[in-house]
Design a protein. Structure first.
Length: 94
């Protein structure tokens, strides 16, 4: 099947099938019965919607972002420490 529905329509259908006009919804449902790629797109949109509404998703995202900040601060501190060691070992200019 060459004519696929675009991601916006698949996502809209996943969120609220009744938001599509009846003709489009029926065409899409017939298409989904035969097209695994578009059916997978609807499944993905539903899974994404569920994940985005799950409080745990945002807790994990905050933890990951906080972890990145900690790594950035640690890398900066290590770079400063390395520069201090280098500056102490560098020969003085006359």
């Amino acid at each position: 099947m060459d004519d696929h529905f675009d991601d916006a329509i698949l996502a809209q259908y996943a969120e609220d099938p009744d938001s599509l006009d009846e003709v489009t919804r029926k065409r899409l449902e017939a298409h989904l019965a035969e097209c695994g790629m578009c059916a997978g797109g609807v499944d993905f949109a539903r899974d994404l919607g569920e994940a985005l509404s799950d409080e745990e998703t945002w807790w994990i995202a905050d933890e990951l972002e906080g972890g990145k900040r900690r790594m950035d601060v640690r890398a900066f501190a290590e770079r400063i420490a390395a520069e201090r060691v280098w500056s102490r070992s560098a020969p003085e200019c006359s």
